[in-house]
Design a protein around this ligand. Structure first.
Ligand code: IFM
Length: 451
């Protein structure tokens, strides 16, 4: 393979989220989150696991920052735990929670790692859930107040912020399918209301963040990106079918890009979705799309996989993967081209600079007899995906950075500790960290700004 050089200043980083790595769940005044509660429910999480300790980053953050320094990471994307800062979600502030993130942010900066902060990566304050959660019409204001508080506190040092991580998951998996917290199975009209309030919360938070910022800040949001890839990339009809499939709303789920991104970037819901959902559509206030569509600075694309489509007589047709096609441990198909077509289609439609805010894979890694972790698959996977990302950049897509999911093996939600996504292996019995072979490889990528 030829040497691939990324643009000067391209930001190489790693990503984590509060409930997946922090632990310290019942310490120093942190309030409960809906994930603490779901983890108590028998059968909800693989093997009864929980994030109560996770990677214990709450106590071991210096070790993790030292790993990032060793890696040479230029950026780290992480989320704040809303209930650690506001135990009841609103009102009284937990000073120890705020202090923790001061230490974490200062440590990152001292290590030369720029913090990219996500406000909400699913650990919703349980006390707010008891007040109706995202169904409560006050929920956008609660989120905006929290956003203002943290931006006021940290924006002297943090310039890059994201509002929601993957609304598709917390809205749909959490409120419709019930496999994520809070574990509800609401009717579709209520699910759409949850989604609408989450969008309003995003918009109100953007307004509050700009007002509270102590210096100019960049704001993005980080949805799941679901892309279709053309069966024959040299056939314009297949490319068009892939584009259509990437932006189509098909059923009562949110595995599409438009339901959450069109309101934010185009100030409207996608027409096909509105027609499909009919009477279930939420009431939309006169100013709602002005609030939701506040200008933001970047699109955070979380891209792991894609589907293949071709042009059919009646529109895009799904092309099944052949038997024995490579899959990760999850199992998700290995589709490197997703990191070409995803950014390309998203940039065409939303015309906003992109960060790949998550990409990576779960694999069955263990510490070998030589005390090392030989995760050859992760190196191969990431090499292939990054080569496609490089091609997208070469073809004119404005991609500013790449955050590998994840720095550490961590609590993978309903899958517990079964899935290992880290560049660093974590032994969950001892909490010992062991950098994997992929860590060393990624270190080389960062140093060379390519490979
Ligand atoms: O671990 C998750 C993360 O929290 C959100 N995006 C997908 C990752 C892998 O499933």
């Amino acid at each position: 393979m030829a040497t691939l050089q990324f643009p000067k200043g391209f930001l190489w980083g790693t990503a984590t989220a509060s409930y997946q790595v922090e632990g310290g769940a019942f310490e120093d005044g942190r309030g409960l989150s809906v994930w603490d509660m779901l983890c108590r429910k028998p059968g909800a999480i693989y093997n009864g696991h929980s994030g109560a300790t996770a990677c214990d980053q709450y106590h071991r953050y210096s070790e993790d920052i030292a790993l990032m320094r060793e890696l040479g990471a230029r950026g780290h994307r992480f989320s704040l735990s809303w209930p650690r800062i506001l135990p009841e979600g609103v009102g009284a502030v937990n000073a120890k929670g705020l202090d923790y993130y001061d230490r974490f942010i200062d440590g990152l900066l001292a290590a030369g790692v720029q913090p990219y902060v996500t406000l909400f990566h699913w650990d919703y304050p349980y006390e707010l859930y008891c007040k109706g959660g995202w169904l409560n019409p006050d929920s956008p204001r609660w989120f905006a107040d929290y956003a203002a508080l943290v931006v006021e506190r940290y924006s002297d040092r943090v310039t890059h912020w994201m509002t929601h991580n993957e609304p598709q998951c917390f809205v749909w998996l959490g409120h419709s399918v019930g496999v994520h917290a809070p574990g509800d199975k609401l009717g579709w009209a209520e699910v759409l209301r949850v989604g609408h309030n989450a969008l309003l919360a995003h918009g109100r938070a953007v307004q509050a963040m700009r007002a509270a910022a102590k210096q100019p800040i960049q704001i993005g949001f980080a949805p799941v990106s679901s892309q279709a890839m053309p069966a024959d990339p040299n056939n314009p009809a297949d490319v068009d079918a892939a584009r259509q499939a990437t932006f189509a709303v098909r059923g009562q789920d949110f595995w599409n890009n438009t339901w959450f991104s069109d309101p934010i970037f185009l100030k409207r819901y996608p027409e096909d979705g509105v027609a499909l959902y009919g009477d279930a559509m939420p009431a939309i206030g006169a100013d709602d799309f002005e609030i939701i569509g506040q200008p933001i600075d970047f699109y955070g694309a979380n891209i792991y996989q894609g589907v293949v489509v071709r042009a059919g007589a009646n529109g895009p047709e799904l092309v099944p993967f052949p038997d024995g096609y490579p899959h990760t441990a999850f199992p998700w198909p290995v589709t490197p081209e997703a990191l070409y077509w995803g950014p390309r289609f998203l940039y065409e439609r939303y015309k906003t600079p992109i960060y790949i805010t998550e990409n990576g894979l779960a694999s069955m890694d263990w510490v070998g007899i030589d005390q090392r972790v030989h995760d050859r698959g992760r190196i191969d996977f990431t090499t292939r995906y990054l080569a496609e990302l490089h091609r997208a950049i070469k073809d004119g897509v404005d991609v500013r950075g790449y955050f590998h999911w994840s720095l550490l093996d961590n609590f993978e939600w309903a899958e517990g500790y079964k899935q290992r996504f880290g560049l660093v292996h974590v032994d969950f019995a001892t909490l010992k960290r062991t950098p994997k072979d992929s860590f060393v490889w990624y270190q080389g990528v960062v140093r060379a700004n390519g490979f």
